[in-house]
Design a protein around this ligand. Sequence first.
Ligand code: BGP
Length: 476
Amino acid sequence: MGVFRDDFLWGGAVAANQLEGAWNVDGKGESVSDHCTSGSHTTPKRVTRTIEPDTLYPSHEAIDFYHHYEEDIKLFAEMGFKTFRTSINWTRIYPTGEEAEPNEAGLAFYDGLFDCCKKYGIEPLVTISHYELPYALVEKYNGWEGRELIGMFEKYCHTVFERYQGKVKYWLTFNEINAGTMPFGAVLSTGTIRGFEGPVTEVPDEPQSRFQALHHQFVASARVVKYAHEHYPEYQMGNMICFVTSYASTCNPDDILMNQEHMREMNWYCSEVMVRGEYPSYSQSIWDKHGITIKMEPGDLEELKEGTVDFYTFSYYMSNCIGTSGEASDGNLIAGMKNPYLESSDWGWQIDPKGLRYSLNEIYDRYRIPLMVVENGLGAYDKIEEDGSVQDDYRIDYLRKHIEQMREAVREGVDLMGYTPWGCIDLVSASTGEMAKRYGFIFVEKYDDGTGTLARRKKKSFDWYKNVIATNGEEL
Ligand code: BGP
C-alpha cells in the first residue's frame, strides 16, 4: 500500500488574475491587479489609480487563459490531474462589487471552465478571493477597511455557491489571508491603498487599516462558511494561509522568543481565528505592539465561532530565520534572515523541503483537521533549447524533495488530502508582475515586454509529474 491516500488530490494551482487576461472583456470590471504594472526582482511594480495608455499591465492579457482554457485543461488532464485549483475573478461577477445583479457573461465563463474540468474528471478547488479585489472598492471604502465589504462578499459568495452547485465542492474563502498581517498585503489582499499611486515598496504601512480589514475578512469568511454549511452540506470549506516557517537564527533565548512572536503574528493569528473560531490569547499584545484598536460589532465574536473551516490549506515555498542579528534575505511576502544551511532561488527565496515536513507536523499537531498544500514550487528562469525542449531539472529536483518530505509527514500521521503545485502553467508573478519567474510544467510563450505567441509547450517536468501522479507519489 502506498503512503498517500488512494483519493489523494494531485493537481496544480493558479489564480484568475494571474493567468486569465481578458481584463475588460464580457463586462468584467477592474480589479486591483489590473492597476498593477509589470516589474521585476529589482524594479518594483507600480500601482496606478487610472489605467495609463502606454503602460504594460501584465494581468490585462496574462497568458489569455480566458480563451485558451480548453487546451490548457486538456494538458492538465494528460498529466493526470485529479484537481485544479483556480479562483473566480470577483470583477467578472460583480464588476465594481456593488451591482445588485451579477454579470451573466462572467458567470457563464466559469460554467464553461468547470464543465471542462468535469469532462476530464478534474475536481475544481476554487478560491473565492485571490488577490483581485474590485478596484472601485479601494477608492470608495479603502478596501476591506470598510465594513460594507462584508455584505458585498456575502452577496458574491451566495451567487457563486448557488450557480456552481454540482460543479464545485471544495472552496477556499481568501487566498493567503494572513497577507493582511504584512505591509505588502495592503496591495495584494486588503486593498487598503485608497489614493495611493507609486511603487508597491512605497505603500505607507498602516497596521490599523490592515488589521481592521483582516477582522472584516474574518467575519466575512465565517459568515459564508456558515451559510455554505447550512445550505450546501456537500461543500467543503477551507482557509488558506501563506505559511512561512521561520526558525530562530540562533539558540539565544532572545532569538527564540522573537521567532515565537513572529510565528504567532505571521502564521498562527489568522489560523486560530479560522480553525478554532477565536482570536488567540496573544492578539491584544499584537494590537498593542502596533498601537491599534480593532473595532468589532456585537455578535462578531460569536459569528467567528460559527464559521470555522473543514480543512486547512496553505502555500509553502520557503523558510526564514528570525533573530536579533544576521544577514537579510528576501522572501514570500516578507523578508527575514539568511539560513546558512539553505540555498536560495534566483529571487532569494530560501529552499527548505524539510521545512515543509516541519510545517505539516506543526499545523496538524495543533488542529487535527485534514491539510492540503495548495501552493509550492520553484520560480525560475527557463530557457527553450535549440530542439524546442525546456530542461527544467532544477524544478523537478525542488518538487521531488518537497514531495518526499510530504510523504514523511504522512508517514508520521498527518492527514494530507492533496497537493497542487503553484503555477502549473506559466503565469504572471504576484510579487513582481513579471513572466520571467516561471513555475509551470507547461511553458507559455509570453515575455516580460508583453510579446509572445502564447503558444504552450511541455517542459521536462511535465512527464515527470505525470508519472508522480500515476504512481500516487511512489516514483519521484
Ligand atoms: C503566493 C500567491 C500566489 C503566487 C505565489 C508565488 O504568495 O498566493 O498568487 O503568485 O505566491 O509568488 P510569486 O508570483 O510572487 O513568485
